[in-house]
Design a protein around this ligand. Structure first.
Ligand SMILES: [Zn+2]
Length: 171
């Protein structure tokens, strides 16, 4: 799992940035290093209805993920290899979380799965469906959040973006 994330990041760098041969650590799988195609969209035709909005301070309100248009029952596919780490209710909403390794976790709501906690899923594999209502956009979307540690949320859009970030050496 860890190896696969790193390999993906390394491949993206090799193809576009010429970073061949550089050692790849777990941290290289996050966008700050320029490897941006770490994850794939969890829905077939992604349409962001509400983007990530990082709070200025971690305790302030913000939007710790993206909302993707999804009618009830929309199939969700794993953005990266992982294991189901949570499936159940949080504050009355149905949540499914995937642990991708490296401390990276994706959470989806409203979502439901028939898989058991601990089940392995591969990147691109269906693992859950949009199901129920949430306070993000009722039942018209699914909220996808990615965090690297307990309160360290990343912008999912940057993790799947094809944009070239920091591929040239810094002058
Ligand atoms: Zn949301």
């Amino acid at each position: 799992m860890t190896a696969s994330l790193c390999a993906t990041g390394a491949l993206a760098c090799t193809l576009t940035g010429g970073m061949t041969g550089m050692p790849v650590r777990a941290d290289d799988a996050v966008p700050e290093t320029g490897c941006t195609t770490v994850m794939t969209w969890p829905v077939e035709r992604p349409k962001v209805t509400s983007p990530f909005d990082e709070p200025e301070q971690r305790w302030l309100a913000g939007h710790r993920g993206v909302d993707l248009e999804a009618e009830a029952g929309t199939e969700l596919t794993a953005p990266a290899d992982g294991t189901v780490s949570f499936a159940g209710k949080v504050g009355g909403k149905s949540v499914v979380s995937l642990n991708h390794g490296n401390g990276m976790t994706s959470s989806f709501e409203p979502a439901a799965t028939d898989l058991d906690v601990g089940a392995s899923v591969l990147r691109g594999e269906p693992f859950a469906r949009s199901d129920g209502k949430s306070d993000h956009c009722d039942d018209a979307c699914v909220h996808w959040g990615v965090r690297r540690s307990k309160d360290d949320y990343l912008d999912p859009q940057r993790l799947v973006s094809k944009r070239r970030i920091a591929l040239k050496p810094v002058e």
